[in-house]
Design a binder for this molecule. Structure first.
Ligand SMILES: *Cc1c(COP(=O)(O)O)cnc(C)c1O
Length: 200
C-alpha cells in the first residue's frame, strides 16, 4: 500500500502515509485484530454492528467516506465469519464490493467457525468470499489439530510475498526457486516443523 501510494505521490514520505492509513473491523471482531492495529501503529476503527452483531455495508461505506473527507487513506478491512462471542456473520456480500471498489484489502477472519465450511450445508455462509483478498481459519479449534495451526489463503501470492521479501545470505540455498522458501513469515517455525504437512 505504501509503495502504491508513493508511486502516485512521490513526495509523500513513508511516515506521512503510515499516519494516514486507516483500517476497519467490527466491534465484535476478535481482540487480536485490534492488537494487530496496535502492533502496526495503525488506526483501527471498530464499527458498530446491527442487532444480530453483523456488520453491514452501509456502516462501512459511511466510515470510509468520513475518513476520506478527513484526508485519511482507508486500506484494510477485516470481516468476521463466525465471531468468537456469538458466532455472528458480517454481511460480506454488502461489504465486499465496497472494499473492492475502494481498493481496500479485505481479510476474512473465520478462525473460529471456518472449519464448518467443510460441510456442504454450511457453504452458502461463504457467499461473497470471492471479494476477499485473504481468508483464514483455525484447524486448531474445531478440527482438533493439537498444535497452533491457522491456515491462511491469499488471492495474490506475489503481493504478500513481495511485501515481506528478504534475502539474507544465511537463508540462501540451491533449491530456492522450487520450495516454499520465502512464503512463511516466521523464520524458524514453519520451516523446521513443517506444520502444513503435519495437518495434511
Ligand atoms: C480464536 C480466534 C482468533 C485468534 O486465533 P489464534 O490463531 O488462536 O490466535 C481470531 N479470530 C477469531 C474470530 C477467533 O475465534
Amino acid at each position: 500500500m505504501i509503495t502504491q501510494m508513493q508511486a502516485k505521490c512521490p513526495d509523500l514520505g513513508e511516515h506521512m502515509i503510515m499516519s494516514k492509513l486507516v483500517a476497519y473491523t467490527s466491534e465484535e471482531a476478535h481482540s487480536s485484530v485490534e492488537r494487530a492495529g496496535m502492533i502496526a501503529s495503525i488506526k483501527m476503527r471498530k464499527l458498530p454492528t446491527d442487532e444480530k452483531f453483523c456488520l453491514r455495508g452501509e456502516t462501512l461505506r459511511q466510515a470510509v467516506e468520513e475518513d476520506k473527507a478527513l484526508g485519511l487513506i482507508p486500506f484494510y478491512f477485516c470481516a468476521t465469519l463466525g465471531t468468537t462471542s456469538s458466532c455472528a456473520f458480517d454481511n460480506i456480500m454488502e461489504l465486499g464490493p465496497i472494499c473492492n471498489s475502494e481498493n481496500i484489502w479485505m481479510h476474512i477472519d473465520a478462525a473460529y467457525a471456518g472449519s464448518a465450511f467443510i460441510c456442504p450445508e454450511f457453504r452458502p455462509l461463504l457467499n461473497g468470499v470471492e471479494f476477499s483478498d485473504s481468508f483464514n481459519f483455525n484447524p486448531h479449534k474445531w478440527l482438533l489439530v493439537n498444535f497452533d495451526c491457522s491456515a491462511l489463503w491469499v488471492k495474490s501470492r506475489s503481493e504478500l510475498i513481495g511485501a515481506f521479501k528478504m534475502d539474507p545470505l544465511y537463508l540462501r540455498h540451491d533449491h530456492q526457486n522450487s520450495g516454499t522458501g520465502d512464503e512463511c513469515h516466521e523464520c524458524g517455525r514453519d520451516r523446521i516443523r513443517d506444520d502444513e504437512h503435519n495437518v495434511w
